[in-house]
Design a protein around this ligand. Structure first.
Ligand SMILES: [Zn+2]
Ligand SMILES: [Zn+2]
Length: 136
């Protein structure tokens, strides 16, 4: 097609961003994802990647992880799960070996509040860093 349709191009960009995000298990920042998406879409800007990530987050398709002291990271899935970040190398992984979520499973009244959810932050030393520095 000689005349590229703008709306179509935007949809295509968004699909590629989502596809690349889903390939990664590393919960990348917008700039990390931009470096990867750029290989397929050389003309894309960091701003466009960021805006698409915002759009997908608002639409409930992906989630943005707010971890203290770090740039926002993105997870290609919307289902609720916990994350852990490594204090040594900064990587972020899913933390699946936890018991069932006590609040979300059954809404509870705690101290008069109906609790809708919570934000827990896990941190530690990842398996790779543990191998290098078993002392930590
Ligand atoms: Zn690590
Ligand atoms: Zn995750």
């Amino acid at each position: 097609m000689m005349q590229e349709n703008k709306a179509h191009r935007n949809t295509q960009q968004r699909a590629i961003i989502l596809e690349e995000l889903n390939k990664l298990k590393s919960h990348p920042t917008a700039s990390e994802l931009y470096e990867i998406v750029r290989k397929r879409l050389p003309k894309i800007s960091l701003g466009t990647v960021y805006r698409n990530l915002e759009f997908l987050t608002e639409a409930g398709i992906i989630q943005r992880l707010e971890l203290s002291g770090s740039e926002s990271r993105f997870d290609g899935t919307a289902y609720r799960h916990n994350h852990i970040h490594c204090m040594l190398c900064g990587r972020v992984d899913d933390l699946m070996g936890l018991p069932d979520d006590p609040v979300v499973k059954r809404p509870k009244i705690i101290d008069g509040y109906r609790v809708a959810g919570y934000h827990l932050e896990f941190y530690g030393t990842c398996p790779a860093c543990l191998e290098i520095e078993p002392g930590h």
